[in-house]
Design a protein around this ligand. Sequence first.
Ligand code: UT7
Length: 335
Amino acid sequence: MYTSRISGLGCYVPENVVTNDDLSKIMDTNDAWIQERTGIKERRHIKKGDGNSTSVMGVKAAKIALERSGLSKDDIDFIIFATLSPDMYFPGGGVIVQDMMDMNTIPALDVRNQCSGFVYAISVADQFIKTGMYKNVLVIGSENHSGGLDMTTRGRGISVIFGDGAGAAILTRSEEEGKGILSTHLHSEGGHAKELSLEGPNTGHWVPEIIAENVQENIPYYPYMNGQFVFKNAVVRFSEVINEGLVANKLTTEDIDMLIPHQANLRISQFVQKKFKLSDDQVYNNIQKYGNTTAASIPIALTEAWENGKIKDGDLVVLAAFGSGFTWGSAIIRW
Ligand code: UT7
């Protein structure tokens, strides 16, 4: 029986730091509101001309993960790329990574599961490894949010929250029993699709219509979020899916060494921490520095936690995500 273990981790964020005070110069917001409601102090935004894009950042993170895994690009059998902000409407970022990293004609799959994208992606990778089909899978979560946010007061409920960045993991086949990814648990509830969504452009508002209507007010081309509704669902679903993973492995909350929650809002992470009676050392948060980077948030946090020596051999690491779709999921990993 094969399992998959994480053999390499990497992350990349653009150099350009955007503080809450910077945002308050271009919209009606302030540092106190943002910190109190979200915990965010600053985030990174791609700067025009810095050469970054969703795929470019993904490649930068992937190269670090690959080097740390001790593998070469030719050892990778499959690329899975999670994002809600691809460089192009189609094709997705996976094939661009395949080309930029000069990988052979290996398959590339794009995952469209927003904040749960990375958890979904490692679940897919894990299944391919378990069946014996692939040995090494490159999984990337990357987002360029800043290019598509309404940076005026009208968009402040969303635009202050999101940041750009990328994280990557190499999943490698292992035969060591009881180690690696023990299980993954995925869910969705499409009835709430519109509560956190970006509707346009879409196939119902196709290109001729956009041009004819001159975009502006008619087509919702900035993200929409029903913040309080999403918040209330997030705290419930985070808790449920962490429990589900623990129960499936006959574990309890006391077995958790490190919880890496999707960085949606510090208040959500703190709620979950309290519910599971975890100490500050058992939950990794970096939303203060990067904001919500959607599919990139878990791999960035996981990479940092590992780099800071907060994850050791034998630790039980739990990843948990919730977001647009709604989609949510968890991964239970014995390091
Ligand atoms: O990652 C995917 C999952 N996403 C989430 O889990 C996000 C979940 N939701 C949240 O994190 C929170 O709902 C937000 C951080 C988005 C918003 O916080 P909130 O405490 O729910 O605030 P609110 O939307 O109820 O807004 C409260 C007030 C409003 O003013 P009034 O109507 O009370 O006068 C807003 O207009 O705060 C105002 N407001 C702002 N004020 C200053 C909204 N955004 C801002 C802002 N700066 N950026």
